[in-house]
Design a protein around this ligand. Sequence first.
Ligand SMILES: Nc1nc2c(ncn2[C@@H]2O[C@H](COP(=O)(O)OP(=O)(O)OP(=O)(O)O)[C@@H](O)[C@H]2O)c(=O)[nH]1
Ligand SMILES: O=C([O-])CC(=O)C(=O)O
Ligand SMILES: [Mn+2]
Length: 610
Amino acid sequence: MNAVTQLYQDVPAPGTRLQELQDWVGEVAALVRPDAIHWCDGSDDEYAALLAGMRSDGILLPLNQATHPGCWLHRSDPDDVARVEHLTFVCTRERDDAGPNNHWMPPDEAHAKIDALFEGCMRGRTMYVVPYCMGPVDSPLARCGVEITDSPYVVANMRIMTRMGEAALARIEREGRERAARGERGPAFVKGLHSLGELDPERRFIMHFPEQLSIKSYGSGYGGNALLGKKCHALRIASWQARQEGWLAEHMLIVGIENPRGETHYVAAAFPSACGKTNLAMLIPPEGYREAGWKVWTVGDDIAWMHPGDDGRLWAINPEAGFFGVAPGTSAKSNPNALATIARDTIFTNVAVTEDNQPWWEGLDDRVPALDWQGRPYDPANGPAAHPNARFTVSAKQCPAYSPRAEDPHGVPISAIVFGGRRASLVPLVFEARDWTHGVLIGAAMASETTAAAAGQVGVVRRDPMAMKPFCGYHFGDYFSHWLSFDKPGAKLPKVFHVNWFRKDADGRFVWPGFGENLRVLEWIIGRVEGTAGAVESAIGGMPREGDIHLEGIGLGIGAARALFAIDGPEWRAELADIGGYLDGYGERAPEALKVELRRIVDALARAPD
Ligand SMILES: Nc1nc2c(ncn2[C@@H]2O[C@H](COP(=O)(O)OP(=O)(O)OP(=O)(O)O)[C@@H](O)[C@H]2O)c(=O)[nH]1
Ligand SMILES: O=C([O-])CC(=O)C(=O)O
Ligand SMILES: [Mn+2]
């Protein structure tokens, strides 16, 4: 029998499947009416069969196998290239629990609306049942889910991005039985239902039911909308669970920085979509640092689950197993580790190709592409050759800097949390929170220019607390309170910082060289954690003094260096007033402690000379 068309009825021996899973798959099949059901085992043979099937259906096009072995190109529907925040809903029983930061619909109405779309939608298609685990399968911090989808592209991506298949299924069934034996109620795993539908932007919804631990996504095949383990489960649903259970599910990279003495500090950093997480996570130390013995270890590039440990520290795992990274801008200069990672066995989505069929995107090199992301002969009049949100999907194991600790079931201890945004003006290169409450305020007040990662206008500054604006599964007021709640006796919390790599000069050029040179800022951050680096208190937070950050040898003029650290009094007063108004928008659920903290900063700024 063809591995990809085994019928559901043929697979599970009666009584061996977890009843809850069996029942749900049966209910879904009755709704969507697939021609065939395939339970994914995650094996190499299955993956090869999937790729072969997609190749013959034209869903995947082979790239130049001599230069890029095992690499494929997927061209998506041109109307389906990014997350759709306006079509993404959090459907809690009480509207206020979803908060003003989410679109909301009552759960019954949402189910009725989206089930009407799912009705019969898999006729003529195969329905894949994809068991997955977010986090190392043996980790107590990991969580499982099952995604049902009719997209083989989604299955292939889930296999790269999660621990998918038999091991995950075994964990789901074991946990389900243990829960049943303990008499626990509620779902044993996160249930995600996805269909490409007609890929019609008018018939597209991404709906979350955190109280039911379920997700329904219809009408899009794009990563953040369709790989349900990622943003839907590991952030929106997990953030809801994390609040109930006392941990944090965050839009953060995790990186290990090893100093010349061989000590490694792990840093978690939250930057909004397409604002530099993958790049920082894969940083290669610049000249001088490399020779001195600095090393950088990639643990994760997009999501961190952080739990307080017995020692009072926050311990983090990366729930993902791969990278779904932004291609444009990735080059041998900006991110050599990423280039090495994607040299083989990678799925590229919406990139351009050169005349010898190699993947290409803006910023890679100065070759001229032959075909653009839609497969048209390249013509600059049509815009960029690669879609600005073109992505690669690749196993984390292929990253030369992949940390051996990334597979540690207990995770890594976090020494510093870094928030950052894309701000052309106002925000200095780096500053430090005086304490946890101040750090939470800095995170809550984050703002950044929008990017191509979400449909809509690009380059508009908006508040994006903790880089979670599109991903927090509940009311931001409650979320800020949850963050504050970690500050309790015995806690040894990370120090908190804010960075901005994106300040521009009068000519619109980035002042800071960024990328590998960002290690200079991390060095100061770690020095602050260890108590070896100096700082001076400013109204907005601790700032490095001249000489505290090593800026020599990168060609920064004195003027540029000053501009990077400038704090403009009147502009900051306006910013703080705006932050006050923003927090007030969360009404009574906005924690008083943040408002008190904000007033402290406003007062400090009033006393500071302009
Ligand atoms: N100027 C400058 N650009 C950067 C820097 N780091 C990253 N970028 C650019 O920012 C864009 C996106 O960066 P990524 O690292 O892929 O973003 P991400 O935060 O991982 O994004 P998501 O996967 O959408 O969550 C790319 O075009 C990069 O070239 C930096 O230090 N300086
Ligand atoms: O979720 C996605 O599609 C990609 C991503 O990391 C983001 O948008 O932050
Ligand atoms: Mn992301």
